[in-house]
Write a protein that binds this ligand. Sequence first.
Ligand code: F6P
Length: 556
Amino acid sequence: MASSSLICETGPWKDLRAHVEDIKKTHLRELLSDTERCKSMMVEFDGVFLDYSRQCVNLDTLNKLHNLAEASHLKEKINLMFNGERINSTENRSVLHIALRAPLDSIINNDGKNVVPDVWQVLNKIRDFSESVRSGAWIGATGKVLKDVIAIGIGGSFLGPLFVHTALQTDPEAIEFAQGRQLRFLANVDPIDVARNIAGLNPETTLVVVVSKTFTTAETMLNARTLREWITASLGPQAVAKHMVAVSTNLTLVEKFGIDPNNAFAFWDWVGGRYSVCSAVGVLPLSLQYGFSVVEKFLKGASSIDQHFYSAPFARNLPVLLGLLSVWNVSFLGFPARAILPYSQALEKFAPHIQQVSMESNGKGVSIDGVPLPYETGEIDFGEPGTNGQHSFYQLIHQGRVIPCDFIGVVKSQQPVYLKGEMVSNHDELMSNFFAQPDALAYGKTAEQLLKENVPRPLIPHKTFSGNRPSLSLLLPSLNAYNIGQLLAIYEHRIAVEGFVWGINSFDQWGVELGKSLATQVRKQLHVSRKKGKPVEAFNFSTTTMLTRYLQESAD
Ligand code: F6P
């Protein structure tokens, strides 16, 4: 396809480029003094409140961004996604994670077939299975109740479920349903992760859930064989039937591994790994831990955002606004990173999850038609909960590089604490920081202000804050299963919006393949060197030297 199809060749893109200089002339201090502007940059949907007035944008910028959305055919692309078109063209797949949380009476077609009944068939199977394990109707090989679960999986088969589990762990309703059960995640092929996961657990009371879309991922399969060994060594080979279940799209390989297909929970190739937390990938382990009714609320929260994303006008559409602002920050203002800063310890695994969703989706170098891109896509996502991050990397954010920040706050704490004699509750203390940081970034502190405070002159350059650093604030009413689902879907769709505007395929991940195939060659080399004493060969000088050293030193 001709390069004229690239979004950067369109009028709206060029218009925005030209507009950058105007915006650079205006400090956020000035932009924030315009109350009408600020009012227009606050949007609420279903209890989620977004304030993006601290973005380096004026109303003109927003108009231009909406023109860009039109030029990129954003609305049409969203429709194609919801209509089950094969928008993941390099893998010839549709992208229908929205169907995973759709109400039973919805119709979402893939290849002319409504997939919602299939989704609910698996959900019902999960409901039944998790209830029987939790109630003790399903028991282990020695007759004991299975109270602990280890979910084995990596990447999208790990990070989303871990995020949701971590977020629910302190939710009062979820705690009640957890009933002293444990859920652990084994992801890394590092044997240390195995040791940590099985520490203190008894195979007799443990259920292992092997989660892998392909059922071929090297790390997951080795970990699955390792835990199969852990179970069968003490309980015998027949124990697999009671102690191991699987989640996969590849039921043939599940059976080959030795897991009864009746104990397998399916999903489909139209669910991308990093978008799979609402499939059995997340729903099974989370239902085992918290019960299906809690997880169903999580699905409902995500579904509410799906409807909003599909139908709300762009000017009030949370994922669309967030996506367009990200494109502005990356492609026009040139800010390569984005900090995800939840002011809630329960969201400590949110940034790592979004890191995969965003960076695996949008870290691309060519357009969807294979044309090399003359502009950058994707952002470097990282983050930590506030206030921990404040005592770590915020120095750089305040006085070093400009990094647009997402501040995520919660009105009602999952675990409020009120201490006698304190000015405010512990949650208010946390939230004081949530409200203060965006203003510190936006306004900064001038040399004049410091002089008035009698700061010694030599310290003035060190204590000056330039300000004009963009952020946005998302305020959730509380952090229960429903709100967690909302938050997930907002970010999933925001990332899709960015990819749609950049004109890339956000749903493939070819960039992870090369490292995997090189690891296969190394694995073969390690095998022949150890077994047959063959010298390291066919690698470059650097790798040969390191491998030889590793083999020699680990043989001692
Ligand atoms: O690292 C690449 C990747 O394919 C991810 O996209 C995916 O989430 C992960 O590996 C795990 O894959 P699977 O679920 O097939 O084991």
